[in-house]
Write a protein that binds this ligand. Structure first.
Ligand code: UD1
Length: 418
């Protein structure tokens, strides 16, 4: 077990490079199965979820070798189409392997995925979409037996713009005869990154970033070298860290166009945020003000993954801010922990009302999930005294080294193995 010790009250200053995007690299790692050859992935973040994907690739018979931040994957040795339940439970994104394995092998055997406890996270849209492409899928006691001797492209209308379902269907569609059109597709930047990777391998994919993605399947794919986009949620976390602790930070590589709802909220709170081709700079005032209601929504709306870190930054603001979580039902599990630090938050269903307080104090708190854990660190930076943030293995799932990055910005944060 590990924990962070955070001494609050030190403004941040300096610059830090933003890691490659977790939510991009996970579907891309599943997609490496499609070219049946070598992918050199640059800017690949070293995270627990990436390790879990690498484990799956190796289990399937593929090679994966790290050299600094370059992960070279060779999927020519693929020799099985099942994934062990223990590997599936490691993370939610393991579900994306379904589309890729089906496209490559015409069959797949896996179990329901694990991941953060944010409420029910069904994969019914993934399964229904794959069935529409011609896959026969039987569910039996948590296992999925999938057979797809011949996938056929067609129009698939998603009832909601699920990120994972869009990605899974894009991968399966690469192995389907003809054209697949995903209607009401998710528009997240990570979907554009997946499209760019697939195109770099020779696939015919278009429309990512809009609500219709088209894939012409069965194109011959080849080896490729690809650089993963910067992580907009890690960037949002560090912007909120600066807003919480005060000071001025520059996030190298961060793209403001991916974060416009987050930067708009921070500006409204009193921060000076400027984006340019090299990154984003944020200067925070001594004390923030409250902001207009923050409603999470599919991209380009306010990201659910940034809700907790913005909430943490606003704990010491002047005034009251209303949050409305519209994507996941249990995404306020960090609230009780923030209250332990002196935060004033009232939750009712999907709404949380934050009333700014003058002071936060250090406390012993527990990460409940990945972004919730990051939020505890963001709040601890502004709290008087030392906080102990326990259960940080959740944080390791999505941040390469949160302590290293915050420390390089002048925070007093220490990782302790207990
Ligand atoms: C992805 C991100 C996650 C982010 C989320 C929303 C990755 C690895 N994870 O998760 O960080 O919080 O997008 O931006 O990229 N749903 C269904 N049926 C389905 C699929 C989804 O009902 O088959 C519902 C979910 O329960 C949820 C909503 O759709 O309420 C959004 O989920 P989705 O967009 O699929 O999120 P993920 O891909 O799991």
């Amino acid at each position: 077990m590990s924990r962070f010790l955070v001494e609050g009250g030190h403004p941040l200053s300096g610059e830090v490079p933003v890691q490659g995007a977790k939510n991009s690299v996970l579907p891309i790692l599943a997609a490496t199965l499609l070219n049946g050859g070598v992918t050199e992935l640059r800017g690949c973040p070293r995270l627990r979820d990436v390790d879990a994907s690498v484990e799956i690739l190796r289990y399937l018979g593929c090679d994966a070798v790290w050299q600094e931040d370059v992960l070279t994957v060779d999927t020519s040795g693929l020799c099985r189409w099942d994934i062990a339940d223990t590997l599936m439970r490691e993370m939610r994104s393991s579900a994306i392997f379904l589309g890729a394995i089906l496209a490559r092998c015409g069959q797949a055997e896996l179990t329901y995925p694990g991941g953060c406890e944010l409420g029910p996270r069904p994969i019914d849209l993934h399964i229904s979409g794959l069935r529409q492409l011609g896959a026969e899928i039987e569910e039996e006691g948590g296992a999925l037996h999938c057979r797809a001797p011949a996938l056929r492209g067609r129009d698939i209308v998603l009832s909601l713009p699920s990120v994972g379902a869009t990605e899974n269907l894009m991968l399966a569609a690469c192995g389907a005869e003809g054209v697949t059109r995903i209607v009401n597709a998710a528009r997240e930047p990570e979907i554009v990154d997946l499209q760019n990777y697939l195109r770099a391998c020779g696939a015919e994919v278009s429309g990512a970033g809009t609500d219709q993605v088209s894939v012409t399947g069965k194109r011959p794919l080849h080896d490729c070298t690809y650089t993963v986009m910067p992580d907009r949620i890690a960037a949002a976390t560090y912007l909120c860290a600066a807003a919480s602790a005060g000071g001025e930070v520059r996030l190298l590589g961060a793209r403001e166009r991916h974060l416009s709802t987050v930067t708009a909220a921070l500006r409204e709170a009193g921060c000076t945020v400027t984006g340019d081709s090299g990154g984003i700079t944020c200067r925070a005032p001594e004390r923030l003000r409250s902001v207009s209601p923050v409603r999470t929504a599919p991209y380009p709306g306010f990201p659910t993954d940034a809700q907790s870190v913005l909430m943490a930054a606003l704990l010491r603001s002047r005034g009251t801010t209303v949050f409305e979580e519209n994507i996941f039902t249990s995404r306020y599990r960090h609230v009780d922990e923030l209250i332990r630090m002196g935060g004033s938050i009232q939750v009712s269903g999907r709404v949380a009302v934050v009333t700014g307080v003058e002071r936060l104090h250090g406390a012993c708190v527990r990460s409940t999930d990945l972004r919730g854990g990051a939020a505890l660190c963001v709040a601890a930076l502004a709290a008087e005294g030392v906080s102990h943030v326990e259960n940080i293995s959740h944080i390791d799932r999505g941040y390469e080294d949160l302590a290293r990055d915050l420390e390089s910005l002048g925070a007093k944060i220490l990782r302790e193995e207990t």
